[in-house]
Ligand binder design. Structure first.
Ligand code: PLP
Length: 400
């Protein structure tokens, strides 16, 4: 009998270096349990629990009926790029043209492409920590090095100039800010943002400003956007945004970037050779969303605001949970480290496992966000499920 030698599957160093998303790991386990019929209260989701506004869905259906089902320009429909420019022009008194805007298949894609377009091997990119899980991997995939600038609970996790400056080196090529922040909810103050924009410009560094959660800001906090400086520092400021959260359109997959025409052109080149245009149907739906579905958006906002108002004090009242007020987004990021060392709990992952096993509640461990003492709780779920989830967590923690 002959023995066959099986060929080896070999992966690139780039892929080997990528981390498995911890957000997905917990969601996968929770989903498997739900599939087995277990009643899980799911605080994992990073997406709105609302339907896409009906007028937007209708626009998508109409696009199909009208035959808008072919390729478009790889950088998106001219009308869509103009509508995005117009939205920012109205909001921030700018004079953006469509060649400063690119529509892509999702916000994540634009963030990824910016790193591919701008980084040389070994370039350092400063990311305030805790951070959204994908930022470091995107930087490293593009050959750069992620460098973390600490934020503190005492300062509501808001990024500061001094923390960024403290980790800067001669290899610093750029900074990524995400405000409102996933996972902490932190919203950067305008005065601090102004300092960071000017600092980046003075060092010839780029500033990627991810404002995916721009509308979800509460309690008198105000969203400060780096878009305000797009005209003063056109080579520096790169805005990334998405239709996903604001318009509850996560599955439609549409995001965009606004930047200097040369940067937009480089992003277009990458898109032409990778994904081509974002879904034509989604682009037509997005045009409708941008034309105004204010009432739907306001209703979603009001629901998040009311849930947050109930949830934050309810979590803070639980044994061993230390919960700072998040400024925005739809996440709470409590410190749970008082429970480390009790029973099976040693870190954020085993804390999340404990809650899934004992309380049948899914939360996301902070480790993947660069914050081992914390877990992320999403309130993109109904107030009834929030009540039930907190009740279950309370009962489980009291057994420790
Ligand atoms: N940026 C942040 C901070 C996010 O949390 C997300 C999604 O979770 C995105 C960008 C990307 O959104 P999408 O790819 O759905 O446009």
């Amino acid at each position: 009998m002959t023995t066959t030698i099986r060929p080896t599957i070999r992966f690139s160093d780039r892929v080997e270096a990528m981390q498995e998303s911890p957000t997905l790991a917990v969601l996968n386990r929770a989903t498997a349990l739900i599939g087995q019929g277990v009643d899980i209260v799911d605080f994992g989701p990073g997406e709105p629990d609302f339907r896409t506004p009906p007028a937007v869905s209708e626009a998508g259906k109409t696009a199909i009926d009208l035959g808008y089902t072919k390729y478009t320009n790889a950088s998106g429909l001219k009308a869509l790029r103009e509508a995005i420019a117009a939205r920012y022009n109205t909001r921030y008194h700018l004079n953006l043209k469509q060649d400063q805007v690119i529509a892509g298949s999702w916000g994540k894609q634009e963030l990824f492409n910016v790193m591919l377009a701008l980084l040389a091997p070994g370039d350092e990119v400063i990311i305030p920590s805790p951070y959204w899980v994908s930022f470091p991997d995107q930087v490293e995939f593009a050959g750069g090095k992620a460098v973390f600038a600490r934020t503190t609970v005492e300062n509501h996790f808001r990024p500061t100039m001094s923390a960024i400056e403290a980790v800067a080196t001669e290899r610093t090529r750029g900074v990524i800010l995400n405000s409102p922040n996933n996972p902490t909810g932190a919203v950067i103050r305008e005065a601090e943002l102004a300092k960071i924009v000017e600092w980046c410009a003075s060092r010839d560094a780029f500033l990627v400003f991810d404002e995916t959660y721009e509308l979800f800001v509460y309690d008198g906090n105000e969203h400060a956007s780096a878009a305000k400086w797009l005209e003063e520092y056109p080579e520096t400021v790169i805005i990334v945004n998405s239709m996903s959260k604001t318009f509850s359109m996560t599955g439609w997959r549409l995001g965009y970037a606004i930047a200097h025409p040369q940067i937009i052109s480089a992003l277009g080149k990458i898109q032409r050779h990778s994904t081509s245009n974002p879904s034509t149907i989604a682009q037509h739906a997005a045009l409708k969303a941008l034309a105004g579905v204010d009432e739907d958006v306001q209703q979603m906002y009001a629901a998040y605001r009311d849930r947050r108002a109930w949830l934050v004090p309810a979590l803070a009242a639980l044994p061993g949970i230390c919960c700072a007020d998040p400024d925005g987004a739809f996440y709470v990021f409590p410190d749970v480290s008082a429970h480390f060392g009790k029973g099976p709990i040693t870190d954020s992952q085993s804390f999340a496992d404990f809650l899934l096993d004992e309380a049948r509640v899914a939360v996301v461990p902070g480790a993947g966000f660069g914050a081992e003492a914390f877990v992320r709780i999403s309130y993109a779920t109904s107030i009834g499920r929030l009540h039930e989830g907190v009740r279950r967590i309370d009962a489980a923690l009291r057994t420790l």
